[in-house]
Design a protein around this ligand. Structure first.
Ligand SMILES: Cc1cc2nc3c(=O)[nH]c(=O)nc-3n(C[C@H](O)[C@H](O)[C@H](O)COP(=O)(O)OP(=O)(O)OC[C@H]3O[C@@H](n4cnc5c(N)ncnc54)[C@H](O)[C@@H]3O)c2cc1C
Length: 298
């Protein structure tokens, strides 16, 4: 019979995680598609401390185990996140699925020799916690440079999502840790672009998902530009060095740099083969990027 721990507080959950080999789960929409009778599970859904959506002077704090439906109902998260969630799966899945599960979802990745996160796979009994590149909420968390708050019963750390979410990660979740919160800096995310290209309008995994934030000041200078592509490569693509080409430039200057910017992406995006061809994925990426720039007057 499947064994499940059902903690009612974060302290209790972290103690169980510290002392037992358990696989955490929240909504179960990924993990419980194929439950493993030989595993011991740690149910995170009854822990109030990691289900809140609140803001303080630094961050919008999204509890790893709030549901996507909670995010849609809350006035706090930015619209770009809600746009992505509105296209994620179906209402039934959004009622159970969580951003924590979306980020920690292994997406069927294979173990990689030398990767600490993958190495954890064997030990933690299935929870390798290196996010799937198809996790739609994570694409937005990349574009918004969000951070993750991670804890064990004795330690706590905050890391950029990009440090957690890469195939040869150095900072993947250890077997005694849980993801507690996603922290979004309290920046202006109102000038954004989000598109998901899938086979259908709903209940469709991304063929390509693209999120971008741009901030333009009153002198028409681009003060921030941050993009992210999901479902293109083995990890979410976020090319800070390329995006920097347009930061600090006026819109007119950015227009002149546009083709160099797009060419840099053309050289850098290495799209994978899968349900659709790598050529298709790459051209969709470049089309979305071009459309984003045009929409923003560049
Ligand atoms: C029909 C269907 C359609 C879907 N469509 C989409 C889609 O369009 N876009 C998309 O991105 N996803 C989609 N998904 C995938 C899934 O719904 C999401 O990834 C969801 O966010 C998972 O959240 P969960 O809470 O249910 O995760 P769970 O299944 O509970 O857990 C997933 C993984 O995360 C780990 N985990 C969960 N919470 C924590 C935590 N706090 N700390 C550490 N580890 C944790 C678990 O151990 C497990 O490895 C779909 C799934 C189904 C079944």
């Amino acid at each position: 019979m499947v064994k499940v721990y059902n903690p009612k507080s974060l302290k209790e959950a972290l103690n169980i995680r510290q002392n037992h080999l358990v696989t955490p789960y929240a909504g179960g929409t990924d993990l419980m598609v194929h439950p493993d009778p030989n595993q011991t599970y740690l149910f995170l859904n009854k822990i109030p401390e990691i289900k809140n959506i609140v803001e303080d002077s630094n961050y919008i704090r999204i509890g790893a185990c709030c549901t996507f439906a909670d995010i849609l109902k809350s006035p706090i998260p930015p619209t770009i996140l809600k746009d992505a969630i509105n296209l994620l799966a179906s209402p039934a899945i959004r009622n159970f699925g969580t951003p924590g599960g979306n980020i920690c979802n292994c997406g069927g990745k294979k173990q990689t020799k030398g990767c600490k996160g993958c190495w954890n796979f064997g030990k933690s009994g299935g929870n390798i916690c290196n996010g799937s590149d198809k996790s739609d909420s994570a694409v937005v968390f990349f574009a918004t440079n969000s951070k993750l708050r991670i804890a064990s019963s004795t330690t706590e750390r905050i890391i950029p999502i990009s440090d957690f979410y890469c195939c040869d990660r150095k900072d993947a979740l250890a077997t005694n840790e849980l993801l507690l919160e996603i922290l979004m800096d309290r920046n202006d995310y109102s000038n954004y672009y989000y598109k998901k290209v899938g086979a259908r309008e709903s209940v469709s995994l991304s063929r390509v998902a693209f999120a971008a934030i741009i901030n333009i000041d009153s002198s028409n200078i681009i003060t921030n530009l941050s993009t992210a592509f999901g479902a293109v490569s083995n990890v979410i693509i976020s090319e800070k060095q390329i995006d920097k080409m347009l930061i600090g430039k006026t819109i007119d200057e950015a227009k002149k740099l546009k083709s160099a910017y797009l060419s840099a992406y053309e050289r850098s995006v290495k799209a994978k083969e899968g349900r659709v061809s790598s050529n298709y994925r790459k051209s969709v990426c470049l089309n979305l990027l071009g459309d984003f720039l045009e929409t923003k007057g560049i």
